[in-house]
Design a protein around this ligand. Structure first.
Ligand SMILES: O=C(O)CCC(=O)C(=O)O
Length: 159
């Protein structure tokens, strides 16, 4: 396993999952999927900042803080269409700090991290820090529509 990669399966309950998905779907409304992202790595997606005071978000924040993350930015919801994908990349150190954590929703996906592949199930949280954050590209190959919520800390906590 790559140093700095952690996976927490069943980070949220099915009921919490359904509430979060419904709230994100409401926020997207009828917004269309976009073909290309400005950063060139995400295809067929919609994204939005998503701030909410759900107890499961507080648990995630506490967990990330216990792992040494700095102050969290507003989470991002990313909705990949069934034909969407995320190409290999390392998150820019200009926009995110030492911790990138992703809550997977709706459908499972394959996370490619450097030389390894891992199936990420809905309701699980994967966390990238250290080598996993800075030294290996990650990519996502979804299996059907996939939503994710991305928690990043602020740049001040960069290593
Ligand atoms: O949705 C994911 O699992 C990854 C998101 C991602 O790679 C990113 O936003 O940089």
């Amino acid at each position: 396993m790559i140093r700095g990669l952690r996976v927490f399966t069943e980070m949220i309950s099915q009921c919490e999952h359904d509430v979060v998905v419904r709230a994100i779907d409401l926020k997207f409304g009828k917004r269309r999927y976009e073909r290309d992202h400005w950063d060139g790595v995400i295809t067929n997606f919609r994204e939005t900042e998503f701030q909410a005071s759900f107890p499961c978000f507080e648990r995630i924040e506490e967990l990330l803080q216990s792992l040494g993350a700095g102050k969290l930015q507003t989470p991002h919801a990313l909705d990949l269409a069934p034909n969407g994908h995320i190409d290999p990349h390392i998150d820019s150190v200009k926009f995110s700090g030492s911790t990138v954590a992703v809550l997977s929703l709706v459908n499972a996906a394959t996370l490619r991290l450097g030389p390894s592949e891992l199936r990420v199930e809905p309701r699980s949280l994967y966390v990238l820090q250290d080598e996993a954050r800075y030294d290996h590209e990650h990519a996502i190959l979804p299996e059907g529509r996939r939503l994710s919520l991305i928690f990043r800390d602020e740049v001040a906590s960069e290593r």
